[in-house]
Design a binder for this molecule. Structure first.
Ligand SMILES: CC(C)(COP(=O)(O)OP(=O)(O)OC[C@H]1O[C@@H](n2cnc3c(N)ncnc32)[C@H](O)[C@@H]1OP(=O)(O)O)[C@@H](O)C(=O)NCCC(=O)NCCS
Length: 131
């Protein structure tokens, strides 16, 4: 069993397809991995390139935030995402969903040896603005 399959099986990895309501077309994905604390999770998401800029990521992230904080049992206390400064649309999505920039930090480089520097954005359940 892969780490991903194992995470899905035990619920520490929760990932979702993003589909259009009108035709159910798959247009992206979003998910989070819950850390050892059980109340913190790290987010990731993507949207198919031809559909960038139409608000899909923001809509999907809002829905996942509501799921993680209001529907998941037990609920999460904190969501975080690491974003490179050169990814302004993702920074904008997180900002629009109420996430706060907690500064830069070194993280393992995905698919590469070594490390990379990225902004850590986070949102706490108690700090979010509903509505
Ligand atoms: C990041 C990503 C998910 C955004 O998806 P999306 O559906 O285009 O996002 P949205 O349309 O909801 O919002 C994009 C926002 O960025 C803004 N934006 C787009 N390009 C921008 C730029 N060059 N500079 C500043 N803002 C920009 C848009 O105007 C929009 O903001 P607004 O709604 O306030 O006008 C998409 O670009 C993607 O899949 N990228 C590759 C994977 C990735 O980077 N994932 C995130 C890893 S942290």
């Amino acid at each position: 069993m892969t780490q991903v399959a194992q995470g899905r099986a035990i619920g520490s990895l929760q990932d979702f397809a993003i589909t259009r309501l009108d035709n159910e077309q798959l247009i992206g994905g979003i998910g989070f991995a819950i850390g050892d604390s059980g109340v913190d999770a790290s987010l990731g998401y993507w949207i198919a390139r031809p559909l960038w800029g139409l608000g899909y990521a923001r809509e999907a992230l809002r829905r996942v935030v509501a799921y993680a904080f209001d529907e998941l049992a037990p609920p999460l206390d904190r969501l975080e995402a690491h974003v490179h400064r050169e990814n302004p649309s993702s920074l904008r999505v997180l900002d629009a969903c109420g996430f706060t920039d907690c500064g830069c930090e070194k993280i393992p480089a995905c698919g590469l040896d070594g490390i990379t520097v990225a902004h850590r954005y986070e949102l706490h359940r108690g700090a979010r603005k509903v509505g």
